[in-house]
Design a protein around this ligand. Structure first.
Ligand code: ZN
Length: 540
């Protein structure tokens, strides 16, 4: 079972009224129209049809959301560039955004989208990792388009607004666009962000985010995504007491007020009727309460899933957590949502819960047992017809989350056979503790299956993620899994279960999976490969 995941990367950015000649352009060259503006979607060569459709739909929906939720109209004509490669995106940034040559490479690398309010352009970097999901494309476009609205409402004094409100409200509207497009509901807006902050090793002080000017914001942004997460949560918290049907109008009122007063902090106090210092103090208390709560594991049973299946998954989750606590002295930091669905509901759940487009859901749903994104996992229970599988798979997913909260996926994947193999074996322990099988049975089965194959990869070939994938193509998934499982079993039998967690912690502290392996097991992975080959030769 290949662990299928996409790294959760939020990378959105804006150039917003920071260009010194912006004031010259605004209102003089571009007279304000009274009729709704037009979004002209311009696709670069090779743009995926699904991505283009998402962009067109988002553009159409955007004006509707403004009118219905905010009672305003965007009167400006905006060009929306959809780029499918990093090179195209870089070229758009140069030609259409007039970006300085020295900034282009870096911006093309780290941003998923961009807006320039003075030039009335928006771009989407379709090559960025997180733009692989339809939901994120909608949210990012919504975010960038909303920067254009902020500019209009504030009469191009957007640079006077509190920066976190500029970014946080753009994310809020982006999420609203995703919700309106049939993806995650707004109630999920804070969850992933709190989760992300709970797993950040080096948190940013909310006060820094609150007071950041343009330059300071750029520095925060370069560090990681925490500044966006905190800004988003400040917006969420600011609007919690406001009835849903007034939240969006209040956001619009803020940017109008910035245009009137030319001062983001004063506009904040007037519109939200809060003193900035008092708000920040209250927010900090709230955030620390949210972060100190134990992680919750929510299991959602969709139509057609029996109580018995639900109970198996619940049992698995409980046993996996017990395993983590008893064997490794740890727990999951982030709250998780596990959605149980059947074959018939699987694709729909992938769309709604994980943000895949219908075409993507059809493609990916066809060949997977489960799919996860962020901290939500959708399980296709039809494919888990044995009780044992219904305990094994959820446990495996949770244990892999635990591994990744200890060390990064990128570091762990430098020794893929061990990181995957150890997760499979520990999941098998969970099945054993459920009284459904014992590890010896598993081991015997893995040996038997491996003995039946003509060829198998060496551990060396399974060191990297790419190596693993290519071995799966050559030898088949089962054989590759069995090699990794037996290797992990050998190490656990000899050095104990705790050694896996020691390794993970060493990976985190040294940043080097191979070095960590040598430190824990007293031999390099290459040396172990020799030991393991002779062990297999003896037992197969
Ligand atoms: Zn932005």
């Amino acid at each position: 079972m290949l662990l299928k995941k996409i790294k959760f990367l939020v990378s959105v950015c804006v150039i917003f009224g920071v260009l010194s000649w912006g004031a010259f352009y605004s209102n003089t060259i571009w007279p304000e129209k009274q009729s709704p503006g037009i979004f002209q979607v311009i696709a670069q060569d090779g743009t995926d049809a699904v991505m283009l459709e998402d962009a067109q739909k988002t553009a159409d929906l955007f004006n509707q959301v403004l009118q219905e939720d905010m009672n305003i109209t965007l009167n400006r004509d905006i060009k929306v560039f959809i780029c499918s490669t990093k090179e195209q995106y870089a070229s758009v940034l140069q030609k259409e955004f007039h970006m300085k040559e020295k900034n282009i490479d870096r911006e093309a690398q780290v941003t998923g989208g961009m807006a320039n309010a003075d030039l009335r352009v928006v771009a989407l970097n379709g090559s960025s990792n997180n733009m692989r999901l339809s939901q994120n494309r909608v949210a990012t476009l919504g975010h960038e388009m909303f920067h254009q609205v902020q500019a209009q409402l504030s009469h191009d004094k957007g640079d006077k607004a509190l920066h976190w409100l500029t970014e946080g409200t753009a994310d809020f509207i982006g999420a609203r666009m995703a919700e309106k497009s049939g993806y995650l509901p707004m109630s999920q807006f804070p969850v992933e962000r709190i989760n992300a902050l709970r797993t950040t090793s080096d948190p940013i002080d909310p006060g820094e985010v609150f007071h950041a000017d343009d330059d300071e914001w750029l520095k925060l942004m370069e560090k990681d995504e925490s500044s966006y997460h905190i800004a988003d949560l400040m917006v969420y918290y600011l609007l919690t007491a406001v009835p849903d049907n007034q939240k969006y109008e209040l956001i619009a009122a803020y940017f109008k007020e910035v245009g009137q007063m030319g001062n983001g902090e004063k506009a904040f106090e007037k519109v939200f009727k809060r003193k900035t210092d008092a708000f920040l103090t209250d927010f900090e208390v709230w955030l620390s309460q949210q972060q100190s709560k134990p992680a919750t594991l929510q299991i959602v049973r969709q139509d057609g899933i029996s109580i018995a299946y639900y109970d198996d998954v619940q049992n698995s989750v409980m046993l996996a957590r017990q395993f983590l606590k008893n064997q490794w002295g740890g727990d999951l930091y982030a709250s998780q949502k596990i959605i149980l669905t059947n074959e018939a509901g699987y694709q729909m759940a992938l769309q709604r819960e994980l943000g895949l487009s219908p075409a993507e859901a059809a493609e990916r749903g066809g060949k997977s047992l489960y799919y996860n994104y962020g901290h939500t996992v959708v399980l296709n229970m039809t494919s888990l017809s044995h009780k044992e599988q219904r305990v094994f798979v959820p446990a495996m997913i949770l244990i892999s989350y635990f591994q990744e909260q200890t060390a990064s996926q990128e570091q762990l994947s430098k020794l893929t056979w061990f990181s995957n193999g150890s997760i499979y074996v520990t999941a098998a322990y969970t099945v054993e503790s459920a009284g459904l099988a014992n590890l010896n049975m598993y081991k015997k089965t893995w040996f038997r299956l491996l003995a039946q194959t003509d060829a198998r990869p060496s551990l060396m070939k399974l060191e990297t993620d790419d190596g693993w994938k290519s071995a799966v193509k050559t030898y088949g998934e089962g054989t590759v899994d069995e090699v990794a499982e037996l290797a992990a079993c050998y190490l656990i039998d000899k050095y104990g279960l705790a050694s896996i967690h020691t390794w993970t912690k060493q990976v985190q502290s040294t940043g080097d999976a191979e070095k960590a392996f040598a430190e824990v097991y007293g031999m390099t992975p290459t040396e172990f490969d020799v030991v393991f080959e002779s062990y297999l030769a003896k037992h197969l």
